[in-house]
Design a protein around this ligand. Structure first.
Ligand code: PMP
Length: 415
């Protein structure tokens, strides 16, 4: 009864601001706990999670089967490094390869590491298989890409904000316009070993390519002997209503990059997948990671794949995505001219705000104040990527709040 008052949100915000690096600008919500699609802050206020940790929490927060799998594994062994074999890695890789349709998978931790793995693999394949002169391999990347934050990866970003002051950057990357095959042809040369591309550009604002683009790209890559490397760190594992976004396009890439949801919302787990003819350019000692494929991560990731399959979460995304999209289109009409565009696929939607009429950041903050979590990207787009377990009731509730926020002006100065 006479215990100290619990510290409130301001306390934790102040600690992060005092001791943390300033590389993020979080929405002012201090999360204390979460379950499935709901989140609670330190004052006990409830939120609908329409953001899903940038698509890392596709299973919902703390899915009981994933917590149980983690707990079981924590009673056995968690980390041994790849110096030894383990009893969870093989079964995880087997399941992952079967689901994705590739012969081999290389486990890493974060998305950026899996992208780095892809870059190393593509270059070696270029030298050893395609016969590109050593040190001259080139990888084509899209303008507006987002593949992570390492110095090599930001070096081929087209966003000044991600690059400024971090050079010198690694050479060997050339840009093309996303969705434009002619631009790819113009950027390519005899030393091109790969095209590295997102099926939908997430961080750029949920940007979809024109229909038929990926099929044309697939044909071009095959003709030119260039690897098509598909970065589905954000799009993969059900987000778009298919297991993998490339299925919408009726193609199969030469290599696939997964992350985020692969860790079941509990741990960082990523992977690079390819057939043996590509993957086997790696021999022992050529690549690795202390934590990549650790016993705990593999146990959780395997269970995560089983949950996606058995609870039909991919089908749920396909079923409920259109409801989210429809409601957001209704908000667009009701709030005209605030919203320029609503686009996406499955449970992944970007709402493009006209900066002449409002600020995405301010709308995200007002949504949070009313119990709906979202996040802006690139100043003008609000991103919705709820857990795939989201129910129609919660979608309706969140969209009703968004409608209210989008159609009422704030008191005081305009957004
Ligand atoms: N690739 C894509 C397509 C991504 O969206 C992201 C993260 N947003 C990454 C790579 C990097 O993943 P991570 O933050 O886990 O390094």
């Amino acid at each position: 009864m006479d215990s100290q008052p619990r510290p409130g949100s301001q306390h934790f915000v102040a600690l992060e601001e005092r001791y943390g690096a300033r590389n993020y600008l979080p929405v002012p919500v201090v999360v204390e706990r979460a379950r499935d699609c709901l989140v609670w802050d330190v004052e006990g206020r409830e939120y609908i999670d329409m953001m899903g940790a940038y698509s890392a929490v596709s299973h919902g927060h703390l899915h009981p089967r994933l917590v149980a799998a983690a707990t079981r594994q924590l009673e056995k062994v968690a980390v041994t490094s790849r110096a030894y074999h383990g009893s969870t890695l093989g079964p995880f890789l087997q399941k992952l390869c079967a689901l994705a349709g590739f012969e081999r998978a290389l486990p890493m931790n974060t998305g950026a590491e899996a992208v780095e793995t892809a870059i190393k693999c593509a270059r070696r394949w270029g030298y050893r298989v395609k016969g590109i002169p050593d040190g001259q391999a080139e990888i084509l990347v899209a303008r507006g890409n987002f593949h992570g934050r390492t110095s090599t990866i930001v070096g081929f970003s087209s966003e000044p904000e991600y690059r400024a002051g971090f050079g010198p950057f690694a050479p060997g990357f050339r840009h093309f316009d996303f969705g434009d095959l002619a631009s790819i042809e113009a950027a390519a040369g005899p030393h091109t070993c790969a095209v590295l591309i997102e099926p939908i550009q997430g961080e750029a604002g949920v940007v979809l390519p024109p229909p038929g683009f990926f099929r044309a790209l697939r044909d071009w890559c095959t003709r030119e002997r260039v690897l098509l490397i598909d970065d589905e760190v954000q799009a993969g594992l059900g987000r778009t209503g298919r297991w993998f976004a490339f299925e919408h396009e009726g193609i199969r890439p030469d290599a696939l990059i997964l992350g985020k949801a692969l860790g079941g919302g509990l741990l960082p787990v990523s992977a690079f997948l390819a057939d043996a003819a590509v993957m086997d350019v790696f021999e022992p000692g050529s690549h690795g990671s202390t934590f990549g494929g650790n016993a705990l991560a593999a146990a959780v990731a395997l269970e995560g794949l089983c949950v996606l399959e058995e609870e039909q979460l991919v089908e749920r995304a396909a079923r409920h995505g259109p409801l989210l999209m429809e409601r957001l289109h209704e908000v667009r009409r009701a709030a005209a001219p605030l919203i320029r565009d609503v686009r996406g696929r499955g449970l992944w939607v970007g709402v493009d705000i006209d900066p002449a009429h409002g600020s995405a950041r301010r709308l995200v903050e007002r949504l949070a104040a009313r119990g709906v979590l979202s996040k802006e990207t690139h100043e003008t787009v609000i991103r919705f990527a709820p857990p795939l377990t989201i129910t129609p009731v919660l979608i309706e509730k969140a969209c009703a709040v968004f409608r209210e926020v989008a159609t009422t002006r704030e008191a005081g100065p305009p957004d």
